[in-house]
Design a protein around this ligand. Structure first.
Ligand code: 26Q
Length: 818
């Protein structure tokens, strides 16, 4: 151990950590494992947060302020140790103390399991939002399921994705506090009988199954903020230890089976994103989270304000993160009527002022629709309410859009024997928002246009953002320090001040330092790649990164086909003066999404071929990084030179990865899609590399058969033709020449006669040209760095603090705690 001089505060922290190692593990420091040291640090930080919490709790209570409940099936929090310490403004203390104990904070922090309770963008957005809410001193609760298994772990075996479970709670979770005393009951299935009792209807349930919902709370601190908010995670428990009837009859297996059937509800996160399948267990998860959360909200409310229910919309607002928690709407009706004794109209008045809905996708396969028979069976009483809502909706639609049955059907809650969740939200919520300007435009002019016309004032465009605490301060401390050394620390709390960096973009001295930091981050990533992939990559080469979920609309296929074309050209043209490049991919595919998994196999196959071809002298390297998640994203965004944001225009609602790369000084190659449009506005067209079809152009092509266009491209673009042919001529995978035929087929002929619906072929030429432009630019260091710094300087708008302020001004109207 180093002998380091500690301040008295640091000395106290050191004793705290040493004490925890001794009390929790019965070890002296010398015998403690690094994992024990991690847990001791986490518990020490948690103690500090808890002390703060007690004070914050008292203040929130005294102010009787309105609260936000952010309902989401995903909170992709990642690791919490370093962000919590950062938000407590104690990073230096922890670094010093750990060093005195013989450890590095970064190495200790790496031992924490990622909390991977989300698929991608929507879940990470929830995590960024709760950080910004807390930093801005706005009282808010995140509400989700305590999945025992988060998103699967990905392994690549022989180029294929293999899924493994993610038992993230295995070694305990130092951040959560169980609250068994706040357990509530949630009922499923059975029969509902209506009785007339005491002058009103009452509802009796027979043969329903009860599942207990037990909450765990994770307290959350904001950056340099006064309050502590919390993430509430609900865990499913069986009400009985086991079914004693069955047990006594000697039926041991049946006896424990029932218990497991209850607890399976919070077992695992569904790994599909931007896609839904009507799985009964998912419906149960939805009702479980929603019912438990609402019972808690009403209990808290009643505790504080009694039965003054009309005050509810003044004291609470509920944000629905996509349609997944939509059942909250009929469930709130049920609780207010059946349990609190309100009439339909009174309950409706409250419900229509309580809920706001965010849409995150326009992909039709992601629209949630539940089969009617399943819905009735699992949620018989909620169904009665949904049916009545639908009846009233149709009555209304008959007035506002008379004689238009097609429209009624499209707008109805129940049609084609399905319950359409989006239409429940569109009918009921007082605010509806898209997640970027373009996305909201598509909602209001296309998929939700009929609802928009009836009441345009409810619709909002609120562009997503990312928290700077995690996405620059925590993952790129050196760049944070460099920026602060020039413009002061104000930008850390006021994102608009980041623009003060613009004058330094052309400053040679600043460029040099900026470049050195990027280089250092690239070296780190190269080491990681060497360790995990066994591939040598050159930190001097351009690092071009595409990291996000694997989906056809995100067009990883466009990227890999272009790489193959570059490789072909290098082999054919010895005079090609190629700027060396390292292409980095990271992506998980939904386990049931065969084509996405095939694209992963293709990337790995092309990677193997190129990386092992000595003829090109290592000028191109292709790397697929396994198990993409928050912690890997932190390593990638700081090391990228080029950020790939190349979705088919009109399909990516916003994107948030794009913002993380921009903030850390990567140049974007992208389409005019989602928030890329606004990145262009912020940074100016000379600093971003836009190519390809625009959203309206895609839309017209999707509508009309583009078979002729595809044929023309195939016959005239020889580069592309060669690459396509390589998919099936055995040059990639001689031992199995046909494995990529599906990709070839879908691009050229399509599944239902519509070839290339994602416009990969159509945008190929423009993409190649723009890639070439970037490679040339890279050789001009001054120019490149100026653009990179401008990207950082213009990223202030994409702080989730700005996003949260907009939500608060337009929708929530919360008052910051004084
Ligand atoms: C629904 C029902 C059943 C099973 C799964 C699902 C499900 C789960 C996750 C459907 C969709 C999702 C996730 C969608 C998502 O992440 N959308 C992304 O949201 C980001 C934040 O707004 C945007 O930036 C991205 O553009 C958008 O793709």
């Amino acid at each position: 151990m180093e002998s380091v001089k500690l301040t008295p505060r640091e000395e106290a922290l050191k004793q705290e950590i040493v004490g925890k190692v001794s009390r929790y593990f019965g070890k002296v420091m010398e015998d403690a494992t690094p994992k024990m040291v991690y847990t001791a640090c986490a518990l020490a930080a948690r103690d500090q947060i808890m002390t703060k919490w007690a004070v914050s709790h008292k203040e929130v209570k005294e102010e009787n302020s309105k609260k936000l409940y952010y309902l989401s099936f995903e909170f992709l929090m990642g690791r919490l140790l370093t962000t919590n310490i950062l938000n407590l403004m104690q990073t230096d203390e922890y670094v010093h103390v750990l060093r005195a104990l013989g450890y590095e904070l970064n190495e200790i922090a790496e031992l924490e399991n990622d909390a991977g309770l989300g698929n991608g963008g929507l879940g990470r957005l929830a995590a960024c939002f709760i950080d910004s809410l807390t930093t801005l001193d706005l009282p808010a609760y995140g509400c989700t399921i305590r999945y025992e298994y988060g998103l699967f772990k990905q392994k690549i075996v022989d180029g294929y994705q293999i899924e493994l479970p993610d038992p993230w709670l295995e070694n305990g979770n130092a951040w959560e506090i169980p609250r068994p005393e706040e357990t509530v009951e949630v009922k499923f299935g059975g029969n509902v009988y209506t009785d007339w009792y005491d002058g009103r209807f009452s509802f009796r349930y027979e043969n329903s199954h009860t599942v207990l919902a037990m909450p765990y709370d994770v307290p959350l601190v904001g950056y340099d903020s006064k309050i502590v908010n919390k993430l509430r995670l609900w865990s499913a428990k069986s009400p009985d230890f086991m079914n004693m009837n069955e047990f006594n009859r000697g039926n041991y297996v049946r006896a424990v089976e029932e218990k497991q059937l209850a607890e399976v509800i919070s077992k695992v996160l569904y790994p599909e994103d931007n896609h839904t399948e009507g799985k009964e267990l998912r419906l149960k998860q939805q009702y479980f989270l929603v019912s438990a959360t609402l019972q808690w909200i009403l209990r808290e409310f009643e505790h504080r304000y009694g039965r003054d229910w009309h005050l509810l919309p003044e004291k609470a607002v509920i944000q629905l993160n996509d349609t997944h928690p939509t059942l909250a709407i009929p469930e709130m009706m049920r609780l207010l009527m059946d349990e609190k004794g309100l009439g339909w109209d009174e309950a409706w008045e409250l419900v229509t002022h309580l809920f706001a809905y965010t849409n995150h996708t326009v992909m039709s396969e992601a629209m949630e629709k539940w089969p009617l028979d399943m819905f009735k069976r699992v949620l018989p009483r909620v169904w009665m309410i949904v049916e009545e809502m639908n009846r009233r909706l149709l009555e209304y639609l008959n007035c506002v859009y008379p004689n238009d049955p097609a429209k009624h059907k499209y707008m109805a809650i129940v049609s084609d024997n399905q319950v359409c969740m989006a239409n429940i939200c569109l009918y009921t919520c007082f605010a509806i928002n898209g997640v970027s300007k373009l996305h909201t435009h598509i909602l209001t002019s296309d998929i939700f246009a009929d609802y928009y016309r009836l009441n345009p004032g409810r619709f909002h465009a609120i562009t997503n953002g990312i928290t700077f605490r995690r996405w620059i301060m925590d993952c790129n401390p050196e760049l944070t320090e460099l920026i602060t050394s020039k413009i002061g620390p104000g930008w850390l709390k006021d994102y608009s001040l980041l623009a003060d960096l613009k004058p330094y973009a052309a400053d040679a001295e600043f460029q040099k330092k900026f470049d050195a930091i990027k280089k250092k981050n690239k070296v780190h990533l190269a080491e990681y790649i060497k360790e995990h992939n066994g591939i040598d990559v050159d930190p001097e080469s351009i690092f071009d990164v595409q990291s996000k979920r694997l989906h056809e609309y995100k067009r990883q296929l466009l990227n890999i086909l272009h790489i193959l074309a570059e490789y072909n050209r290098l082999l054919e043209d010895p005079k090609y003066d190629y700027v060396p490049k390292t292409y980095i991919f990271a992506a998980k595919a939904a386990p049931g999404y065969a084509r996405a998994k095939l694209i992963i196999k293709l990337i790995n196959t092309v990677a193997d071929k190129i990386n092992n071809d000595s003829r090109i002298g290592g000028k191109i390297k292709v790397v697929f990084i396994e198990n993409y998640g928050v912690s890997i994203a932190e390593k990638l965004v700081v090391a990228a030179d080029i950020s790939e944001q190349i979705s088919t225009a009109g399909k990516e609602a916003s994107g948030t990865g794009n913002m993380k790369f921009m903030l850390n000084g990567a140049l974007t190659i992208g389409t005019l899609d989602g928030a890329n449009v606004e990145m262009l506005e912020q940074v100016g067209e000379e600093n971003i590399f836009i190519f390809g079809l625009k959203a309206e152009e895609v839309e017209t092509r999707m509508r009309y058969h583009n078979q002729d266009e595809v044929k023309k491209i195939y016959t005239t673009n020889h580069t592309l033709r060669k690459v396509l042919d390589q998919l099936i001529d055995g040059s990639l995978c001689p031992e199995n020449t046909q494995i990529f035929r599906d990709l070839y087929q879908t691009l050229l002929f399509g599944d239902y006669g519509y070839p290339d619906v994602y416009m990969v072929l159509r945008d190929f030429e423009a993409y190649c040209a723009t890639q070439e432009e970037l490679s040339r630019l890279y050789l001009d260091r001054k120019k490149w760095l100026e653009k990179a710094i401008m990207n950082t300087a213009c990223a202030g708008f994409f702080s989730s603090d700005r996003t949260i302020m907009e939500y608060n001004d337009q929708i929530w109207h919360l008052t910051p705690i004084e």
